[in-house]
Design a binder for this molecule. Structure first.
Ligand code: VAH
Length: 309
């Protein structure tokens, strides 16, 4: 069966529902440091689990005869800047725990999320290549870059079947935003419906790579179901769908809510966003395992407003 660590987070919640739909509720064990939303808790087995505790994870793996693990627990970019050492501890030790379980052959396959945050201020910003300059300037980005190197090391040294994608900013409605710099693109829909106005913490021309959650979940399941010999990259694959800036997402909302007003009050998250690329070249994901996005900004806005109404 499958274990999701960090099942109550933004990606984890939706991944849990998608994997339960596919494999049956009882075959997908959800776990997190605290309980999640009622719908998630009611949908199948759940364990309170600290991702930094190797023995605790090992116990769950043995008890439920887990074969595959999705490690979705992490501290995201904005929060990690406030608590660097806690972020490093969580993001890295959780990864070492699951890599070592795989090395010990206690699990057979592992998914670990990376991020466009692995790129830094001197990375070429347009159509950023799979292999290019990577000098991340955020705690989160440093942890993701290090994590990628460890994944590749465990694959090459111990044959660990770990797969990874560099998620762009993700937009979803099933959970509230959780400490990400790109989460303005989630908050804006809630505010548009609740108050018909939004004060954005990034400048209006801040162009960032983004993706609707349904695409991200499909990419995650697709890469995990791809035959191992087709996975040529064992650090992490670039993954892309669209890029937009705050003024563009505001305009797409105004197509549906004409009176919606956006204002701008950039904060510390502006310099995080400025260190990231504005668009991503995901040619390797397309070539190696057939990646193709389905949601553009207009479809994303339709889905978000329909489900948050
Ligand atoms: C964040 N949503 O903002 C995450 C993601 C590329 C952005 O890593 O930190």
């Amino acid at each position: 069966s499958i274990l999701i660590i960090g099942a109550c987070g933004q990606i984890g919640t939706e991944l849990t529902f998608a994997l339960r739909e596919k494999h049956g509720n009882e075959n997908v064990i959800a776990s997190d440091i605290r309980e999640g939303n009622a719908e998630l808790m009611a949908s199948g087995p759940f364990e309170i689990l600290d991702a930094t505790n190797y023995e605790a994870i090992e116990n769950v793996v043995m008890h439920y005869e887990i074969e595959e693990v999705y490690l979705m627990a992490a501290m995201l970019s904005a929060t990690a800047e406030k608590f660097p050492m806690r972020a490093w501890n969580l993001n890295m030790n959780s990864l070492f725990n699951v890599l070592n379980l795989a090395k010990e052959k206690k699990i057979s396959k592992l998914f670990w999320p990376s991020s466009i945050a692995v790129f830094g201020p001197n990375t070429p910003k347009e159509h950023t290549e799979q292999n290019t300059i990577m000098e991340p300037s955020t705690v989160y980005g440093i942890s993701k870059q290090s994590g990628e190197r460890w994944c590749e090391y465990y694959f090459n040294k111990f044959g660990v079947d770990v797969r990874s994608v560099r998620y762009p900013g993700l937009i979803s409605w099933k959970t509230l935003p959780g400490g990400g710099t790109t989460d303005y693109a989630v908050e804006i829909y809630h505010k548009a419906l609740e108050e018909k106005k939004y004060s954005c913490f990034l400048k209006e021309d801040t162009l960032l790579p983004m993706m609707f959650m349904d695409d991200a979940i499909r990419a995650t399941i697709d890469i995990m179901e791809t035959p191992a010999e087709k996975i040529k990259i064992r650090s992490s694959y670039n993954l892309a769908a669209m890029s937009f800036n705050p003024s563009e997402i505001a305009k797409s909302i105004q197509q549906h809510i004409p009176e919606f007003k956006i204002s701008y009050a950039p904060d510390f998250r502006q310099q995080i966003a400025d260190s990231w690329p504005s668009s991503i070249n995901d040619n390797k994901a397309q070539e190696d395992w057939g990646w193709k996005p389905a949601f553009n900004l207009e479809k994303t806005t339709q889905e978000m407003l329909k489900n948050l109404k």
